[in-house]
Design a protein around this ligand. Structure first.
Ligand SMILES: Cc1ncc(COP(=O)(O)O)c(C=O)c1O
Length: 381
């Protein structure tokens, strides 16, 4: 039977394997593995790619977020506004003892609904995390005025949005991560820009945040063995930075291919769309989407997922449960029904295979099976 994986890292590694091995070899023969020339060079190149002053390599996307929050002045007991569906983001808030203050999402973009932010702000609120979910920017044009009005920091969660762009105010197009007080990246192996393990990056134009994150990522050390603030160990390592330096050169090309795949899906998923039983992702007028995930929605999601599985097609669900319905977040005191759009998204979202090495033939096969599942003119309710 034909199979199409939802993601396959090995295909990318096959294409650039020799370059990667050369880079890894160089690090091994150099003998320096922590905070050496590769991390420094990658920080510089990534900052320049994004068009931002500073970048600091850290151990993961979660750490990038929690260190940025701390550097921005958020501490234990403070409230942080974030979307109710972005499951991985929440742990960066709880890790520092802060409280996630959840807000429902816009059903078209799956990103935080800016019109619902005001109601969630209290005297304890210190920051808003704008998550750019699935590769499309949250609408910072509508989020920023709330932050300005209440003196809140904006931390951008760009873990799924490497290279994505936003048209912000009169400043034109900018890369995500460069608009708020800090931008936070993950280089987890499935990401648009990924390493061979865990890794992350904080980017910022704010010199104070930059200095603090640098201190916090290594024991709070101003210089070796002189610790001035209580930091921790959260460093991007040399091997991962060397891998990322190789891959950064391909990021734009890979994102273009993701956009091509998205266009193909949009054109080819016909029957189902006509019957309005599957909704394909759109691109907001202020955003340039990089399709980290190709997230469709359908009321028949679970049946469609099983059908595709039987046809050898892998899919994902991001995410099956909103944060407030996870047992570990019960203490926040929310209940079912509090965030209806996030809850509905969790029941309807399905991520189709979408990665640069996917062939047109594979995308067409996925589409033809979706069209068979939703035969034209008929309802399979
Ligand atoms: C939106 C979002 N935020 C944060 C994270 C956390 O990143 P990491 O897994 O590198 O800690 C992820 C990664 O899964 C993510 O997708």
């Amino acid at each position: 039977m034909r199979t199409v994986p939802v993601f396959d890292a090995r295909r990318q590694l096959g294409n650039i394997g020799k370059e990667l091995i050369k880079a890894i070899d160089k690090v091994m023969s150099g003998g320096r593995f922590i905070l050496g020339e590769n991390v420094l060079e990658f920080e510089e190149k990534f900052a320049s790619y994004l068009g931002v002053k500073y970048a600091v390599g850290v151990a993961s996307g979660t750490d990038a977020l929690s260190l940025s929050l701390t550097a921005a002045g958020v501490s234990s007991g403070d409230e942080v506004i974030m979307p109710a569906n972005s499951y991985p983001t929440a742990f960066s808030v709880t890790t520092i003892g802060a409280i996630p203050k959840l807000v429902d999402v816009n059903p078209e973009t799956f990103n935080i609904d800016p019109d619902k932010i005001e109601k969630a702000i209290s005297g304890k609120t210190k920051a808003i995390i704008a998550v750019h979910l699935y590769g499309q920017a949250a609408d910072l044009n509508k989020i920023a005025p709330h932050a300005l009005k209440h003196g809140l920091k904006i931390i951008e969660d760009c873990a799924q949005a490497h290279g994505a762009q936003i048209r912000f105010g009169h400043n034109g197009w900018r890369r995500t991560g460069t608009v708020g007080d800090a931008g936070c990246y993950s280089f987890y192996p499935t990401k648009n820009l990924s390493c061979l393990g865990d890794g992350g990056m904080v980017v910022t134009n704010n010199t104070d945040i930059y200095r603090k994150v640098r201190l916090l990522r290594m024991y709070g050390e101003e210089k070796r063995y002189k610790s001035t603030v209580l930091g921790r160990n959260s460093r991007l390592d040399e091997l991962q930075a060397a891998v990322l330096l190789v891959k950064l050169k391909y990021l734009n090309r890979w994102n273009e291919r993701r956009r091509e795949i998205a266009s193909l899906y949009k054109v080819k998923i016909q029957n189902a769309k006509l019957n309005k039983r599957i909704v394909v992702p759109g691109e907001a007028e202020y955003a340039r989407h990089v399709y980290h995930l190709y997230a469709v929605r359908s009321k028949k999601r679970d049946k469609l997922k099983s059908y595709l599985e039987r046809k050898g097609i892998g899919t994902g669900i991001h995410y099956p449960k909103p944060i407030h319905l996870q047992p570990s977040f019960k203490y926040l005191g929310y209940k079912k029904g509090d965030f209806p759009e996030s809850e509905r998204a969790c029941l309807e979202e399905l991520s189709l295979p979408c990665f640069p090495e996917l062939t047109d033939g594979e995308v067409e096969y996925v589409c033809s099976e979706i069209n068979k599942f939703f035969p034209e003119g008929k309802s399979n309710d």
